[in-house]
Design a protein around this ligand. Structure first.
Ligand SMILES: Nc1ncnc2c1ncn2[C@@H]1O[C@H](COP(=O)(O)OP(=O)(O)OP(=O)(O)O)[C@@H](O)[C@H]1O
Ligand SMILES: [Mg+2]
Length: 205
């Protein structure tokens, strides 16, 4: 298949500004009459949104990290086959609020499953789809957690877990410097500006 779409994922710890920045990116693309489809993970399909409720439900304290991995992969498989795959051959942008790197970080590097093995599983269930560009919005884990007001099951995990998440993301960024652009935390409009500048340079020329 001739892939024409550009896939851009947004990653980062809780409260790093992913959803806020994506809203700004959506407006930016709209103004320029560029096609952009936006999906969030877990979710964005009817099945995925139901699985999301199970994953994030604070009463599921017994959830095993393997169960967590499989639920996230189930969500992603559904999203890819139902929504992303049909868009790949069309020109336009596919914007993802969390994607494959979240799994490698949350269930692997921070969650304790062997990262290489998680990477393989992720690849297997993603039909070989990797983002063309990833923005890693970095933030101090304490500050990020203070910012995100809802406390779902993932956000309720310990501060040391969230520290590992942040460190895990930074490690991935060092491993894939060509794909992952780290945006350091600053005033939100400056974060947005950095992201849009990079987008313009890399894929809107
Ligand atoms: N750089 C920033 N400076 C100040 N406030 C910010 C910044 N980035 C985000 N916020 C605020 O923090 C809150 C969380 O932001 P947002 O929901 O965009 O983060 P997120 O990365 O999507 O979080 P989650 O992982 O929980 O979905 C919002 O109220 C947002 O306005
Ligand atoms: Mg969000």
């Amino acid at each position: 298949m001739n892939k024409k779409a550009t896939i851009i994922s947004f990653e980062g710890p809780e409260g790093s500004g992913k959803t806020t920045v994506i809203e700004a990116v959506r407006k930016y693309f709209k103004k320029r009459r560029l096609n952009a489809a936006i999906f969030r993970e877990p979710g964005s399909t009817a099945i995925g949104e139901e699985i999301r409720q199970v994953i994030l439900n604070t009463s599921h304290q017994k959830m095993d990290v393997y169960t967590e991995l499989l639920l996230y992969l189930a969500c992603r498989t559904q999203l890819i086959r139902e929504k992303i795959q049909p868009l790949l051959s069309k020109k336009g942008f596919i914007i993802l609020d969390r994607f494959t790197d979240s799994t490698i970080v949350y269930q692997g590097l921070a969650g304790g499953l062997p990262a290489k093995w998680v990477m393989k599983a992720v690849k297997e269930f993603s039909l070989g789809i990797t983002p063309d560009m990833t923005f890693l919005l970095d933030v101090d884990e304490r500050l990020g957690l203070r910012r995100s007001r809802r406390k779902d099951r993932m956000e309720q995990k310990s501060l040391s877990f969230h520290r590992k998440v942040r460190q895990g993301y930074l490690k991935l960024a060092r491993t894939f410097p060509g794909r992952i652009k780290v945006i350091e935390d600053k005033e939100i409009n400056r974060v947005i500006k950095s992201v849009l500048n990079h987008l313009e340079q890399k894929c809107l020329r």
